[in-house]
Design a protein around this ligand. Structure first.
Ligand code: AMP
Ligand code: MG
Length: 406
């Protein structure tokens, strides 16, 4: 294994180690964010019956085909159909039924005249314009036929799909299970939110909370394991719980420091380490391995920015694959750089935090001023990574660049 693994190789290794999880049947609301593991057919024709697209009058085309403002068709009003009605009135020659949107078309009628082209007087309705036969009628089955698949296996369930599932009378649905992902921060210096600072050298831990939320927003089920000290025994105790999860993420303790124990301890719990250092910036120290079939271990860097970048580049596609998603990467677009970007060392591929927006038909990209890996402020307000390839020292204002949106 070369000292620094190129990103493509790392991604290939991760994706070769992961596959969609088993499937389960869940209640409609719990399917949100999941991917379908079955094809869902429509239970009936949609619409189920011919119905009105407008508030107006259900008529026979033959009766109104010559109607005009000067020479209105005069029809006898024989009843009213509202949505959900149980009425059964026949529209015979010379008659009309008042109708509301969504109400079934009465027998005999074939056209709906919107109310704004009519006038009602003394039990009669005056139709003041001609309409084509079938106007304003929504036909049975014109959206979808009974048995036709409306949602396919692999389809992501968003709010719209929840609506469609309800529409075809499904309260439970088969989806890929969401991965259980554990997250643990490691470091003697770390303080939990709300904990009192005892020494100036202590720092507030952000990583395990950032990751918890990133896991959740990526579709995984996060499990918070909190903070562990740089103590091999204590660490080992927590690491041993990895078998309870699909993915186990630690942060810190995978660099060159003497107290960076995680990289040694993972071997004791049976993790088969597949790479340890990446040719990217930030997030060089990333350890990845498997501990059984479809069980992934990620040792992410302690620096908060590196930790976030490593999550987006490697953990995110793994979670998406387990979820059964077809598209597992964040979206890439081409943007125009709004200012020069330079760097001295061009050995690694850099993912610079940037702001991307759409203006006058193209994306613009502004790299943020703060780019160091301990500066979490470089993430706030950023919505994309500017990708600076290996060997590139300088990108000029006005140049087209590749950005990854997040
Ligand atoms: P390490 O990888 O353990 O050497 O940590 C690298 C840097 O990241 C050090 O400055 C740590 O203090 C910092 N760091 C480690 N873990 C966290 C964390 N959970 N939250 C914020 N910063 C951290
Ligand atoms: Mg540490």
């Amino acid at each position: 294994m070369p000292e620094l693994t190129p990103l493509e190789d790392a991604l290939r290794i991760v994706l070769e180690s992961v596959e969609p999880l088993s499937t389960e049947r869940v209640f409609l609301y719990d399917a949100l964010g999941c991917f379908l593991a079955e094809d869902v057919p429509s239970d009936t024709d949609k619409p189920l019956f011919d119905n009105s697209a407008m508030d107006g009058f259900a008529v026979r085309y033959e009766d109104v085909k010559n109607a005009s403002e000067e020479n209105p068709a005069v029809l006898e009003l024989v009843g009213e159909y509202s949505a959900g009605t149980g009425e059964e009135i026949k529209v015979d020659k010379g008659t009309a039924v008042k109708i509301f949107t969504g109400a079934p078309i009465p027998e005999g009628a074939d056209t709906v005249v919107p109310v704004e082209y009519t006038e009602t007087k003394g039990g009669k309705v005056y139709i003041k314009r001609a309409f084509k036969k079938g106007s304003n009628v929504r036909l049975r089955g014109e959206d979808v036929r009974e048995g036709e698949v409306v949602l396919f296996r692999g389809h992501e369930i968003r709010g719209y799909e929840v609506g469609m599932l309800a529409f075809v009378n499904r309260a439970v649905v088969e989806v890929y299970r969401r991965p259980k992902v554990a997250v643990l921060s490691t470091g003697d210096e770390l303080l939990e939110v709300g904990e009192t600072q005892k020494r100036p050298s202590q720092i507030r831990s952000s990583n395990h909370h950032m990751l918890y939320s990133l896991i959740e927003s990526s579709g995984g089920i996060p499990h918070q394991l909190g903070i562990a000290p740089d103590d091999p025994e204590e660490l080992l105790r927590v690491l041993k719980t990895c078998k309870d999860y699909d993915i186990f993420i630690t942060t810190g303790g995978v660099s060159m420091g003497e107290k960076d124990y995680v990289q040694y301890l993972v071997r004791e719990i049976g993790v088969n380490v597949k790479f340890h250092k990446l040719r990217i910036k930030p997030a060089k120290p990333v350890l990845f391995g498997t501990y059984g079939k479809n069980k992934l271990f990620f040792g992410l860097p302690g620096n908060p920015v590196s930790c976030g970048v490593a999550f987006d580049l490697l953990v995110y596609p793994a979670i998406r694959t387990m979820l059964g998603a077809r598209e597992v990467f964040k979206r890439k677009v081409t943007a125009v750089l709004t200012r020069d970007f330079t760097r001295r060392d061009a050995k690694r591929r850099e993912f610079a935090r940037a702001r991307v927006w759409f203006e006058e038909g193209r994306f613009l990209c502004e790299p943020l001023a703060k780019q160091q890996s301990h500066m979490l402020t470089s993430f706030v307000g950023a919505n994309a990574y500017l990708v600076v390839y290996e060997g590139v020292n300088e990108l000029k204002k006005g140049e087209e660049v590749e950005v990854v949106l997040f």
